[in-house]
Design a protein around this ligand. Sequence first.
Ligand SMILES: [Zn+2]
Ligand SMILES: [Zn+2]
Length: 80
Amino acid sequence: MGMCPLCNGFAHLNAVCQECESTMENKGREAEYYDDYSPYMPIDEMKLEDGYLNNYENGECPHLFQCSQCGYYQVIMIKE
Ligand SMILES: [Zn+2]
Ligand SMILES: [Zn+2]
């Protein structure tokens, strides 16, 4: 188990949507999100997921943030 401040509730990150500048919501850890939706994932995102394995080794925790207004999402790496 890592010590990601977001996973452990120590910190709250306010991310701003690059598209419409609305507040983005923390959807949780990227890995957990993929567990639910991976059967429907596009191939390009599968490749991205492989890349995240390196980040896990670096002690970074990928969090998925999604805009509540336009649905734009991005993954932000949280240093554990
Ligand atoms: Zn985390
Ligand atoms: Zn947006």
